[in-house]
Ligand binder design. Sequence first.
Ligand code: OSB
Ligand code: MG
Length: 369
Amino acid sequence: MKIERVELREVALPLVTPFRTSVGSQDHRNALLVQITTADGVIGWGECVAEDDPYYFAEYLSGEQEVLRRWLVPTLAAESDLRAAHVPGLLRSLRGHTMAKAAIEMAVLDAELRALGVSLARHLGAVHTSVPVGVSVGIMDTLDALVDAVDGYLVEGYVRVKLKIEPGWDLEPVRLIRETFGPDLDLQVDANTAYGPNDIPYLRRLDDFGLVLIEQPFDPDDLDSHVRLAARVDTPICLDESIRSARDAATALRIGACSIVNIKPGRVGGYLESRRIHDLCQATGVPVWCGGMLETGIGRAANLALAALPGFTLPGDISATARYYERDITAPFVLHEGRLAVPDGPGIGIEPNPDDLEAATTSVDVLTF
Ligand code: OSB
Ligand code: MG
């Protein structure tokens, strides 16, 4: 294909409930959508999952938008016979910016697969038509509010619960949720790097609660502390922020920094790199699951395709639309018995509803080639 036009569109979506983690709180999601049009008139959609500020990850929305506009898009638009499989190689010499790379790769992949009439799920090697999903529950003002929130999600049918934790909001909420909802609840925690090496003896106490995993307790660059914690706890350690590529995943697994990997396509540079991580983990029996970034329906559709691969043996942070937004830019994803359907139409299998897209749009930047 040849890219002829690219639209970088910012949308703002109010969250149904504020989402607080150890690195900050948000009450709305600003997302960056990438729409490409090829010389043949085929359209492809991508979503950049960078957040407004560089607290979770170094990349941030307006920075990724500039990187796309100045470097990534022009590099790909210069190709007369662009293929999605070549995108990572074409962008390799541009350092970092995995979230911007993932967004443009997704748009190219979507256009290519739409033209072929093949779904992203089938292209990636999906083996399921629906997947069980979990919910990520933010830090709350009170323990009562947390119990109410978890109760509501369990009534809706979510098959596992992830609690965000930080110092001062860890053992007590975890104990309470375990005691309230019983030993059969699949429960896990995510610290978003809130702890340090001196907390290792304290974190060992999480072993009392039968957790599925502990996600990213320490700094992204501090694999060493993860190795030391993993050696001292029975609960599996899972890495999120530390894994920026398949190579990172291989290293972390080899040295024992984790035994489970959270795969987020934006964080690792795209769906093709995500599949590579899946493949290497599957080959060694390491469970993986699909993380989430409060995506719009565009990113959620693609994450569902990825989560349908055989090695995704743990439920992902891919909740129903209603958990995030009253009004998304696509048709809503609805939970049925704890599962979401994997889109099976060509490409990512969904597109924005024009009215919803217009209502959410805060800026549009059009590039033509
Ligand atoms: O650490 O997994 C995380 C959201 C934004 C940034 C980081 C994370 C999260 C979540 C939400 O946990 C997952 C979701 O989209 O439901
Ligand atoms: Mg996480």
